[in-house]
Every structure is written in structure tokens, then in C-alpha cells.
Design a binder for this molecule. Structure first.
Ligand SMILES: Nc1ncnc2c1ncn2[C@@H]1O[C@H](COP(=O)(O)OP(=O)(O)OP(=O)(O)O)[C@@H](O)[C@H]1O
Length: 256
């Protein structure tokens, strides 16, 4: 049941640079996530993948260049942060956590009508968590909690969905189930972007790939991107930035 237009929107990066204390984590990246595309972002540790995702959500500003979201506000994007960034010590129930996915539609004090409750229960059913509604989120396994967060995304019904390492430390069965949801989002025309580390998953399920090592090493059809020479270049860049912390000359000049 869709209450907003679920069709994805394109996102264009134009010479995008994002820095932490002048050190670029994302450096001069240009390219497009087409509307309705399904893209994996891969690269070595520290390659700038999470930083790029945060920039797409609008929580990190560009130091240089820009992100063109084709007029769509990033507040409409669905976002799944890395598990380590999610605090689940709050005494929230599974149902309330999922229902929060609907706040943009209901408003903070909107109150849930019968059909809103049904939508939340339906989302929980789709991730296999019927019967867990009143459980505290602190009492779930990592895999169950990830299912809760996917149910919340289902309810949010966002046209653009950003996932940061959604399968980190998640069991095989949960991963398979959640990959099926991602496939459905793609089939319904949403734009989906996921940071991943498992190359076989990327090859099997993601038609497009952006390989990053601070810069975009390659961006396009997955088979073309995952070629040996590209992967080798990404690893070489990782080794070189460890030896020599790089600063962004242009940005330094701006700040001087
Ligand atoms: N808050 C921060 N302050 C300063 N530097 C940061 C901060 N967050 C990340 N960095 C640095 O920016 C670079 C990119 O980090 P980022 O987390 O985007 O990489 P990543 O590709 O997602 O890595 P991983 O695969 O290990 O999660 C790294 O060198 C990291 O140390």
C-alpha cells in the first residue's frame, strides 16, 4: 500500500569533495545514481563510503562541488545507518520503533488510526516479526533488530533508500530475506544505494557499482567495475593514503 509516489529520483554528484579537518574523505567524485537504479558502494576501509552516504542524507555538507537531488529533499530519503551508530538502549517496543517510519505522514502528534496500525503490522509481517510487537528493541538479536529497521523503512515508503552496511554481522537467512526486500524496492522503481563488503552479494544482486578509494575508481555496471585492475587500484590507493595523510589543496586555499 503506497501513500506517496514510490518512484525513485536521480542523484547527481558534481565534483563532490567532503573533508574532515581539511582531509578529504570523498574527493572530486562526479557521476550519477539514475532514478530507479540499484547500486552497491564498495571500497577498502576508510574509502569514504559512509561519508558519502551521510552527505547524500544531507547531514554532511560538501566542502567543494555539489549534490543535485533533482528537486527532492533528502528528508524524503530512507536511511539505515551502520548498526554501531544506532542506540537501542531506549525502552522502545518493536511496534513503536517501526511506527516511527510513518511520522513524516502522520506528524509528530498525529496519532495512529486503525489503518496506520494495520500498515505497521503488515510491515512487521513482511520482515517475519509478527508476534514481536511488544518486545523491547534492546531484547532483540542483531538480525531481528535489523529486520525491525527494514520494517520501518518499508513503512516510510521512501523513493530513495540508503543502506550503510545493512548485513554487517547479520546471519545468512536474515541477509537473504532482507536482500529480497531490496530486490522488491528495485522492482518498484525506487533508487537504492547500499554500502557493502561482500563481493559475491554485489555480483549477484546489484546491477550497478561505485568503487571508491576516496575518489571514484570506477562507477557503472557491476561486471565492468569489479575488474581486477580496478580492485587493485583501489587497494593501492588505500596503502598510499595510510603512508601519507592527504590534504585537499583547494580547500586549504579556501580556508587560508
Ligand atoms: N568524524 C570523523 N572525523 C574525522 N575523520 C573521520 C570521521 N569519520 C570518518 N573519518 C575519516 O574519513 C575517512 C573515511 O571514513 P568513512 O567512514 O567514510 O569510510 P568507509 O569507507 O565507510 O570505511 P569502513 O568500510 O571502514 O566503514 C577515514 O579516513 C576516516 O578515518
Amino acid at each position: 500500500m503506497s501513500h506517496s509516489d514510490p518512484r525513485g529520483a536521480p542523484i547527481h554528484l558534481d565534483n563532490l569533495t567532503i573533508t574532515y579537518q581539511r582531509h578529504p574523505a570523498v574527493h572530486h567524485v562526479t557521476g550519477s545514481f539514475e532514478a530507479g537504479s540499484l547500486t552497491a558502494i564498495i571500497g577498502p576501509n576508510g574509502a569514504g563510503k559512509s561519508t558519502l552516504i551521510k552527505a547524500l542524507t544531507g547531514t554532511m555538507a560538501a566542502s567543494e562541488g555539489r549534490i543535485d537531488r533533482a528537486g527532492m529533499s533528502p528528508s524524503r530519503y530512507g536511511y539505515l545507518p551502520q548498526a554501531a551508530e544506532v542506540d537501542r538502549s531506549f525502552p522502545l517496543s518493536v511496534f513503536d520503533t517501526v511506527a516511527m517510519g510513518d511520522w513524516h505522514r502522520l506528524g509528530v502528534f498525529g496519532g495512529m488510526k486503525r489503518q496506520d496500525v494495520a500498515r505497521a503490522l503488515d510491515a512487521l509481517d513482511k520482515v517475519g516479526l509478527t508476534g514481536f510487537e511488544q518486545r523491547r528493541i534492546s531484547e532483540l538479536s542483531s538480525g531481528q533488530f535489523q529486520r525491525v529497521l527494514f520494517a520501518r523503512l518499508l513503512l516510510q515508503d521512501a523513493p530513495v533508500i540508503l543502506l550503510d552496511e545493512p548485513f554487517n554481522a547479520i546471519d545468512e537467512r536474515t541477509t537473504r530475506d532482507l536482500l529480497t526486500l531490496i530486490r522488491h524496492w528495485h522492482e518498484h522503481g525506487r533508487t537504492v544505494i547500499a554500502v557493502l563488503h561482500d563481493m559475491s552479494q554485489v555480483r549477484q544482486c546489484f546491477p550497478q557499482t561505485l568503487l571508491m578509494a576516496r575518489e571514484a575508481i570506477a562507477w557503472g555496471p557491476t561486471d565492468e567495475v569489479l575488474q581486477h585492475h580496478n580492485l587493485r587500484r583501489a587497494n593501492m590507493m588505500e596503502e598510499s593514503w595510510r603512508a601519507d595523510a592527504h590534504t585537499c589543496a583547494l580547500h586549504e586555499e579556501e580556508q587560508a
